[in-house]
Design a protein around this ligand. Sequence first.
Ligand code: CO
Length: 463
Amino acid sequence: MYRRGFESLPQETHVDDLPVDGDIPEWLEGRLLRNGPAQFEVGDQAYNHWFDGLAMLRAFDIRDGRVSYRNRFLESSSRTEAMEQGEIRRSEFATDPCQSIFGRIMSVFSPSITDNASVNIGRLGDEVVALTETPMPVAFDPDTLETAGVVDYADDLDAPVTTAHPHVDPDTGRTWTYAAAFGRQSRYHVCSIDPSSTARNVERTLEVDAPSYMHSFGMTDRHVVLTEWPHVVRPLDLLLSGKPFIENYTWQPERGTRIRVIRKSDGAEVATATAEPRFAFHHVNAFERGNAIVCDVVTYPDASVIEDFYLDRLRDPETHPAMGTLRRFTVPFDGGEVASEVLSDTKIELPRIHDLREGRSYRVVYGVGARSPNTFADQLVKVDVETGAAETWHEAGTYPGEPVYVPEPTATGEDEGAVLSVVLDPEAEQSFLLVLDAESFEERARAPVPHAIPFGFHGQFYP
Ligand code: CO
């Protein structure tokens, strides 16, 4: 059963040559780096939520039709301190070791926010980094997966929450992100980072009364789109409530979803509109069409999906997490109403597109899906956003993770190449790297690893 994907994996391994079943395309050469939690207990304590588990890096090197594999814990301060002291030391998304108000205030004002960067992989300056939602990117050696340490941003921006989903502009190579600062006046800072730099340039600061939990944002070639889901926090509660970070946020549907469009060239807020209340983790893509911004997101009716991801619920055979809906918001620049429409009947999460379609019109989104409401992600999907039609890959009893599209060197379309996914086979007590043909969405090859890898979040392929 899929619950195997929420158990700790203590082994760190390196296998030079995984068995390969099938034919890996000759042109497919590079490294898939993935991130996700792999340790859910410290001593006799346990983390509460899927997003809390201690990060483990996983690497698949593909060359000449062969695959090597390595997995290694991220040696964050969060993990190091916990292992040394035999107890959870730092506050995570939904786990908070600080018992007293005094302890909480100290943790807010000291640099002990978590660096357990378990969510994504990216580049910052000249480093490959693991990313999470605190501004503590952790650099590591992509060859050995050895942790180098937290990269200090070369700026003095003071904002404790950010996104693990920065966008890289395909033309300029600049990275765009946002960071939230909490206080008497809370703020979102929209920032850009030049290639090879680690300084965040604040392009625009927006004031906000009740900051929204925004796991990601949208970006076109000319604009950044912040979607403020009505899952919001009173900043003082973060300090005084004594609750873990995310439990301070409350669902306030009467606010609706506020969409704020920021022009990248000068930081101007060029459109602000309100749509119906929704919640989302993941933006899929955004682009401009006529006098409007099209913003595609994987949405939920409300924020209860966050509760679905508590580990006791994920491990409970009676409960199953919600799966997302592919939705399009169209925001006119002239102040008109937002249009909101469902693009496909096929449920989806962990959406990925061709990296070079970032900010541009596109047709294809890859993701995971569920064949019924009574399971976890048990298929891969490829959805045509124009028609809503979907193709799927599924194998009974297996559970695939985020699909990463790798274009063939000569590709001009969005599905000429391969789709890579790490799939859990609980019965076999192992996971395997799956290589799909992106166009037919059929299996080309698989390479099993010698253990079951817990479900991860995101990763990147570097040719
Ligand atoms: Co994410």
